[in-house]
Design a protein. Structure first.
Length: 163
């Protein structure tokens, strides 16, 4: 497994799926339709991200060969598989939280989901820092800031456009 593929797939998975859920909540889509949409995007985008990682790794290998530089020796298949599973594992987090919170806290689902997702993004940032040597709280703050900001934007825009 490559760290790049874990971070690439995991970050995009958790952010993309949370953005989808934020959008569907913003337009007041029903809970079952939100879950269907989130799961559909989870699988389709995991495949898309895996294909993109495969293609970019293959291109990097070809570029190294053409330029006669030190090869990166990327394994495109391994990178694609890692990206796919990382996207699925991290991307399922907002879906499971949405289902659980919707079951017990119907009135404040989105507010609670934002709080829970802030923690999830922070944990992803912390995990990244363990491999990169970056200060954990800076990595956590950047990851949660990015994830929450894009999801709030998705919620606000979808909510305003649907009125």
């Amino acid at each position: 497994m490559t760290l790049k593929s874990i971070v690439y797939g995991g970050t995009d998975g958790i952010v993309t799926v949370f953005n989808i859920i934020s959008t569907t909540i913003g337009i007041r889509l029903s809970v079952p339709k939100t879950i269907i949409m989130a799961l559909t995007v989870l699988v389709a985008d995991a495949i898309s991200m895996a294909a993109a990682d495969f293609l970019s790794s293959s291109a990097a290998n070809k570029e190294d060969k053409l330029n006669d530089t030190d090869p990166r020796f990327q394994n495109p298949v391994k990178n694609a598989i890692t990206t796919f599973f990382s996207f699925i594992i991290f991307g399922i987090i907002p879906v499971l939280l949405f289902i659980g919170l919707n079951r017990y806290f119907k009135q404040n689902v989105y507010k609670l989901l934002v709080v829970c997702m802030t923690v999830a993004f922070s944990l992803l940032g912390f995990l990244q820092s363990q491999f990169t040597g970056e200060v954990w709280y800076l990595s956590s703050a950047r990851t949660s800031g990015y994830g929450i900001a894009t999801s709030l934007l998705a919620y606000v825009v979808s909510n305003k456009l649907s009125q």
